[in-house]
Design a protein around this ligand. Structure first.
Ligand code: GLN
Length: 315
């Protein structure tokens, strides 16, 4: 019966955690801001939340971390909501950011020069900056709308770590360089400072693995948040977010993730990876040490084990 299956899944998560945890020692903490440098490298949490609300968890699933690049999913969702409401916004959004994997690191500037200031996709920094630029036109308050969306999806109020937000702003040289380059091509309409501020703020949203796993469930459920029944995105749009996560969400390791993990994923530099198992689960793993591509080393191992053992690959 359901209870047995539920117990089995709990036991399986323990095994997955045991295998994945030691891999953290092969990774490195992000060190560009003190708040990430000071993270405990041994933290590890894995949360699998069923569409019916059952939560299977192991480890540090209630410890908040900065969601960093995972926020790119939510800012894109917000922009797609605006775009779905107005034809002009839809054309603008997809005219200003592409949908192709980059094959370059998340903070690369190289392709921007070649592609006339149009970022390859919204899951890398340049793309997220353009999405924020679009949002600044269509949100009454970017900070507030982002926070309201993630809080709704998490099922509880989430907050922003202002210290991290200001550290991000203070170390945003590369992101500013991208923003100015895009501005020079006419693909950034707001002052660079405003766009950087919006982006730094969304990176500094603090959530737990449990909350992120809940928050990704609408993407596993044709765009409907199973907790509230609200249609966050229409089904075809929710699928497009999943497609972008799968092809671009883990940067230049997206091929490897498709190969080894096989579900749409989005990673962040604080060590979270949020995944979507269509029609079944929202998943999130958190372990701060990162591999070369900037993806959680133990997180990737955990998702590999989990999806293999449960046959969760979308392929
Ligand atoms: N704040 C980070 C940056 O802009 C986010 C990148 C990430 O999580 N990969 O560099």
């Amino acid at each position: 019966g359901g209870d047995d299956a539920s117990k089995d899944l709990d036991a399986l998560l323990e095994e997955v955690a045991e295998i994945a945890r030691p891999k953290a020692s092969e990774g490195e903490l992000a060190d560009y801001i003190p708040e990430l440098r000071e993270e405990d490298p041994d933290s590890f949490g894995l949360a699998v939340v069923d569409l019916d609300g059952t939560e299977h968890v192991v480890g540090d699933v209630d410890r908040p971390f900065a969601i960093q690049s995972v926020s790119k999913v939510f800012s894109l969702v917000l922009a797609m909501q605006k775009a779905d409401a107005a034809d002009g916004v839809r054309k603008e959004l997809w005219g200003r950011v592409g949908v192709e994997p980059s094959g370059d690191p998340f903070n690369s500037l190289v392709q921007l020069e070649h592609e006339k200031g149009i970022p390859r996709n919204p899951m890398i920094n340049a793309g997220a900056l353009v999405v924020d630029d679009v949002l600044l036109d269509h949100c009454t308050d970017h900070h507030e709308e982002m926070q309201a969306l993630v809080s709704e999806l998490a099922g509880e109020e989430v907050t922003v770590d202002e210290r991290i937000a200001s550290s991000e702003e203070g170390t945003s040289g590369r992101n500013r360089a991208m923003a100015y380059l895009m501005q020079s091509f006419g693909n950034l309409h707001h002052p660079v400072d405003d766009v950087i501020k919006a982006y730094a703020h969304q990176c500094a949203v603090k959530m737990t693995a449990r909350q992120l796993a809940r928050a990704s469930r609408f993407l596993a459920n044709d765009g409907v948040d199973p907790a509230t029944g609200r249609q966050i995105l229409r089904p075809p749009l929710a699928r497009r977010v999943n497609a972008l996560m799968l092809t671009c969400g883990t940067y230049d390791a997206a091929g490897e993730f498709a190969f080894d993990v096989g579900i749409p994923c989005k990673s962040g530099v604080a060590g979270a990876i949020m995944g979507v198992v269509p029609d079944r689960y929202g998943v999130t793993v958190w372990s701060p040490p990162l591999d070369q591509a900037g993806n959680s080393r133990a997180g990737k191992a955990a998702l590999h084990e989990l999806t293999d053992r449960l046959d969760l690959s979308v392929f």
